[in-house]
Design a protein around this ligand. Sequence first.
Ligand SMILES: Nc1ncnc2c1ncn2[C@@H]1O[C@H](COP(=O)(O)OP(=O)(O)OP(=O)(O)O)[C@@H](O)[C@H]1O
Length: 238
Amino acid sequence: MDNVTTGNASPENVIAVRGLRVLDGKKTLVGPVTFELPAGSTTGLCGPSGAGKSTVLRALVDLLPHGLRRDGEVDVQGRTVCCGKGDATLRSTVVLVPQTPVVFGGSIMDNALFGLRHLVRASRTELRDRMEKALRESGLWNEVRDRLDTPAHSLSNGQRQRLCLARALALEPAALLLDEPTSALDERSRDTVEESVAALRGNRTVLLVSHDPGQVERLCDRTVKLELPEAAALVTAS
Ligand SMILES: Nc1ncnc2c1ncn2[C@@H]1O[C@H](COP(=O)(O)OP(=O)(O)OP(=O)(O)O)[C@@H](O)[C@H]1O
């Protein structure tokens, strides 16, 4: 039996996943899992450690670790995504923000523009406008507007996480995948990142991995619960 989705259904799904499994050779590491992400929803992806939350996110962006493969179907905006094709459209349509913020050596502006410069053809002014909009949406603009040229490494951990959120939002993705965005943060930084994620609610389609049931309660309107593959197999057998 597949892991189950609970919550409200919606006619318009940005992502639809059916029978997704991640395999290492013949061994099932994750799944099978079936769920949808309705447009504008914030969905919590929960489950015990090792159930495959991070791996599911990586499968959705077709960036599984070497040696692993996926089975089952993933549709993004009604289009089936094939594995291992290096789909450039997918890179800007479904964007993953990893657990540990990846901040490069350049300035705050360089970092915020990173994805845009690589994936979007637009004038310098348009890119800058999109960057500012994304920094506002991630709740970081007021803290960095006067120091966009300073090194991104000068930011706090919470600010770095919101910078990574802005970098993803600047691509105007159809779906945003957030992997434990507050797990490495102190309480105050966690609150600022949560405020930013809460502000996306209804406007963006978000899949949020979290260990914290309270956070899922605060930020999400529906949940997908993953089980360890052994548990899923036991349920199937009963
Ligand atoms: N590169 C890899 N090679 C082999 N197995 C892997 C690899 N990456 C992950 N796994 C396995 O896939 C399973 C799911 O791992 P994953 O990190 O996605 O779980 P998780 O639910 O995100 O865990 P946690 O909550 O602890 O972060 C685990 O059994 C893990 O050991």
